[in-house]
Ligand binder design. Structure first.
Ligand code: SF4
Length: 410
């Protein structure tokens, strides 16, 4: 069973995920009651918070195809003014159902993604484990050493600086004075180690974990220092997560000025690096990522290429925000970069608090078409998407790779 959508046959769970990512989702009163019973994870409030949402809004759903048990996780994106959102409701048996234009989608089972058990556990010093590690999707284990982003001008889709409290360690404070980090890092690493050892026993990581070290940028003069910090964290964490991590430690970072720090990231035990372009055409990059553009489009391309020599093909990734640019112009540039050896994925643009965009989210048709054709480009080079369909909650890269979207002529 699958659903015919435009030029494609799409499996039901992937169809509903694509709809939610492009149209958003609203909850009936009964569905919200189920979210309490299922102990749904609320908003992480680290990078983003959907427009018109509260922190208690359930963050993610897991949707399983009852035919073959293939499961995906999707972010509970809020509705947008231009299309009818998916409605999450409850059937007579008390199960969650997805309604599209009032019609129930069959052949799927839906649950809220539960708050990981370690979210309610404290370290021996009384601090919450969640201060050091958190989960995106079902099974990402995110390490985010500081709050906020000190890039000279924020990317226009990003609301990261909305969540920094004055007393928290932030990218701005460390950029102003590196001692802010140097004074705390030994204690930070000890606490992080304890947090990782507690978190890794969680039910959500029983299959595997995707261990991701990520944070907003330090300012442009401190990018080498940022790489040094990430290397020191990776050296400590990498041995702790060997038994649960699917792809070793992945680092998402703006690349350093001095390329020798890319070698240092590798020596620290990092397996994969992600330097995000966000917008892949030079013109889109300058428009939507004005702070990154001050470093230069070529700065990123040169470092992606250098990283391929250090980490090897298939281990260097760039992520895009699909919707900032058209399908055709995006795929044209993707073809150039994948043939250079860069793995490409994308999140579907959603509107967060703090964005200053002039574009709307992409249509469902474009989302499905884009990820299907992006997979062809990655596949030509033998690249496999990072993480899994239960981790990447705003992307269809894994679903396309798993052939949950098929061309109708095949
Ligand atoms: S570099 Fe851009 S996308 Fe990344 S955290 Fe900073 S503002 Fe947000």
């Amino acid at each position: 069973m699958s659903i015919i959508y435009d030029k494609y046959n799409v499996e039901e769970e992937t169809y509903v995920k694509a709809l939610i990512l492009s149209r958003g989702i609203v909850f009936s009163e009964k569905a919200l009651k189920v979210s309490v019973l299922e102990k749904a994870k609320g908003q992480n409030l680290v990078y983003n918070m959907p427009l018109n949402a509260t922190s208690s809004r359930p963050q993610e759903l897991i949707i399983k195809n009852v035919g073959d048990s293939y499961s995906v996780v999707v972010s509970c994106v809020t509705g947008n003014p231009t299309s009818n959102p998916v409605v999450l409701d409850v059937n007579e048996e008390g199960g969650l159902v997805a309604l599209v234009e009032g019609e129930k989608v069959d052949n799927i089972e839906i649950h809220f993604v539960e708050e990981p058990d370690y979210y309610s556990v404290n370290l021996s010093n009384g601090e919450p484990v969640k201060k050091y590690v958190s989960a995106c999707g079902l099974d990402e284990l995110n390490i985010i050493p500081w709050k906020g982003c000190a890039i000279s001008r924020g990317c226009r889709f990003c609301g990261i600086n909305n969540f920094v409290k004055p007393d928290e360690l932030s990218a701005h404070r460390i950029s102003r004075d590196s001692n802010e980090w140097k004074q705390v890092y030994e204690e930070y690493l000890d606490n992080l180690e304890e947090a990782v050892l507690i978190a890794k026993k969680s039910e959500c990581y029983k299959e595997h974990a995707h261990v991701i070290l990520i944070a907003g940028n330090l300012d442009n003069n401190n990018l080498d220092f940022e790489s040094e910090i990430f290397s020191s964290i990776a050296r400590r964490v990498s041995p702790l997560v060997k038994d649960i991590s699917e792809e070793g430690v992945v680092v998402v970072i703006t690349p350093p000025n001095n390329m020798k720090y890319i070698d240092e990231l590798k020596k620290a035990g990092i397996e994969k690096v992600v330097f995000n372009l966000e917008a892949i055409t030079e013109c889109g990059f300058e428009k939507y990522c004005p702070g990154k553009a001050e470093l230069g489009y070529q700065f990123f391309i040169d470092r992606l290429r250098y990283a391929i020599d250090v980490f090897g093909k298939g281990n260097v990734w760039t992520n895009l925000v699909f919707g900032l640019e058209t399908v055709e112009e995006t795929l044209k540039k993707c073809a150039e970069l994948t043939s250079d050896g860069v793995v490409i994925s994308a999140n579907v643009l959603h509107l967060d608090k703090g964005n200053s965009l002039d574009c709307d989210v992409p249509s469902t048709k474009d989302v499905i078409d884009f990820f299907y054709r992006l997979e062809i480009l990655n596949n030509q080079e033998g690249f496999v998407p990072f993480y899994c369909a239960k981790a990447l909650r705003t992307s269809l890269s894994n679903e396309a790779h798993a052939m949950r979207i098929k061309g109708r002529d095949k």
